[in-house]
Write a protein that binds this ligand. Structure first.
Ligand code: GAP
Length: 449
């Protein structure tokens, strides 16, 4: 990735949002009905990007480790879970109404708590109320008390309520973790900044259960490991920082939290929180459910309630950060039939890039379609590929640059003679001639996945 500025770049925000719409990353939800209040749909390319972010996380958390197992818990859950977790009581934001324009705001996010950012009235706010962020709905045909359920506001509780099930079936013992990726829902007072803060979003969370005395050590370990994950996927170090929470910022369950922050166009903001949740959750669920959630260590004869270290990241928010970090514009000479001298390129890490390879026959003529299809079908079982045979080749390269595709494979009329293709590198735009029979190995080496 190119050197990125270490100051926020406000114009980058509009550029990325426009690119997302233009190239099929993200669409406003229900757009043909005028859109629906800060909800978004992931288009053909966006779904690949988001999936790659989640796969990269799962790979590092579950696939490459022997101490972490996966879980996919239900989204709907009964009030008892949220009573025990503390969310019914504590998962609130301070809400104020402006008495002049009637707009609502989150008090702790206002630049000036005395001035309404909408109508600029001063001292026009009501007293702050505690607004619970959980979405409530009803299960079954009868509405009302007894049928109430909540959409989970975090995936974490599924790991705590299944702690015993996993312990008994997976042959793990502390220190060990349970990882989950899935949708969470929060009735945010002020969603915004595109997909940064939405009411429906995806989280990637892992609960790591450790002997109590080892909590502080594992907290340090996970802060470092999670920072490294972003760096390994090509995020420039100058756009990342780890910030420890002040005492008054800590969640109701936390004995210590650090945020991985990214330099967004509006400034530093949170990508992920790493929290030391102590034994809060297991103790709460044990006392509310009546289940014994202590762990008995047969080797030492010790019985204890494990402490939990939790790295909790947002998948949708992280996907957006990868786009922002990767966005680049550079002056280039004309390439093929391409128009314009400035090219936009997403310098995404190959693991995150939606397509790894694009197969581009130089012309639509049937004699090129046959070898191009042969190349495509040889690569498809191994990599996510795009295939595009319309427009001038230069324009097609520019399109792939905007999608972040690391390599374009061009099939031309010489291919019919030499059974070779041109491999064009997204970042350097350098072109190499490669034999079709060696293409798969060649791309595998260069992608390094
Ligand atoms: N279990 C702990 C927990 O949920 P959190 O800091 O509230 O902690 C973790 O959420 C991550 O989930 C955040 O760092 C952020 O990336 C993502 N997230 C939270 N609320 C979000 C929202 N409204 N829209 C998008 N992502 C959100």
């Amino acid at each position: 990735m190119s050197e990125a500025p270490a100051t926020p770049s406000p114009e980058l925000f509009d550029k990325v949002v426009n690119l997302c719409k233009r190239r099929g990353f993200v669409f406003p939800s229900a757009e043909i009905y005028g859109g629906f209040r800060s909800t978004y749909d992931y288009g053909p390319v966006g779904v690949l990007l988001l999936r790659n972010v989640k796969d990269a996380w799962w790979r590092s958390m579950v696939q490459l480790r022997r101490d972490i197992v996966g879980l996919d818990a239900a989204i709907l859950s009964p009030p008892a879970v949220w009573e025990a977790s503390g969310h019914l009581k504590n998962f609130t934001d301070p809400l104020v109404d402006c008495k002049v324009c009637r707009e609502r705001f989150r008090l702790d996010k206002l630049d000036d708590p005395e001035v309404c950012p909408n109508c600029h009235s001063t001292h026009s706010f009501t007293e702050a109320r505690h607004f619970n962020l959980m979405f409530k709905t009803y299960a079954g045909p009868v509405e009302g008390a007894g049928a109430e359920v909540y959409l989970r506001p975090e995936t974490a509780q599924g790991m705590f309520t299944n702690f015993k099930n996993v312990l008994e079936t997976s042959r793990k013992r502390p220190p060990f973790g349970i990882a989950q990726i899935g949708k969470s829902f929060r009735n945010e007072i002020t969603p915004g900044n595109f997909v940064f803060r939405t009411r429906e979003f995806e989280q990637m969370e892992m609960e790591y259960f450790v002997p109590p005395a080892e909590g502080p050590r594992w907290y340090e370990y996970w802060c470092e490991a999670r920072m490294q994950w972003y760096l390994d996927l090509g995020m420039p170090a100058q756009l990342l920082r780890l910030r420890a929470h002040d005492e008054d910022e800590l969640s109701h369950y936390s004995a210590g939290t650090s945020d991985v922050e990214f330099l967004f166009p509006w400034g530093w903001d949170e990508l992920e929180g790493i929290a030391n949740r102590t034994d809060y959750d297991l103790t709460q669920h044990a006392s509310h459910s009546g289940e014994n959630l202590a762990y008995f260590d047969q080797a030492t004869g010790e019985r204890y309630v494990p402490h939990v270290i939790e790295p909790a990241a947002g998948a949708t928010r992280t996907a957006m950060a990868f786009l922002m970090a990767a966005y680049d514009e550079e002056e280039v000479a004309r390439e093929g039939q391409g128009q314009g001298d400035v090219r936009t390129v997403l310098r995404l890490h190959p693991r995150i890039a939606p397509y790894k390879v694009a197969v581009l026959p130089l012309s639509k003529k049937p004699e090129l379609s046959a070898p191009a299809t042969e190349v495509l079908e040889a690569l498809q079982p191994h990599f996510m590929c795009d295939y595009d045979e319309t427009q001038a080749i230069g324009r097609r390269y520019r399109r792939q640059d905007e999608l972040g595709t690391p390599f374009c494979v061009t099939v031309d009329f010489d291919t019919l003679q030499d059974r070779a293709v041109t491999v064009r590198d997204r970042d350097s735009m350098a072109q190499d001639r490669v034999a079709i029979d060696e293409l798969l190995d060649h791309l595998r080496d260069r992608l390094g996945l």
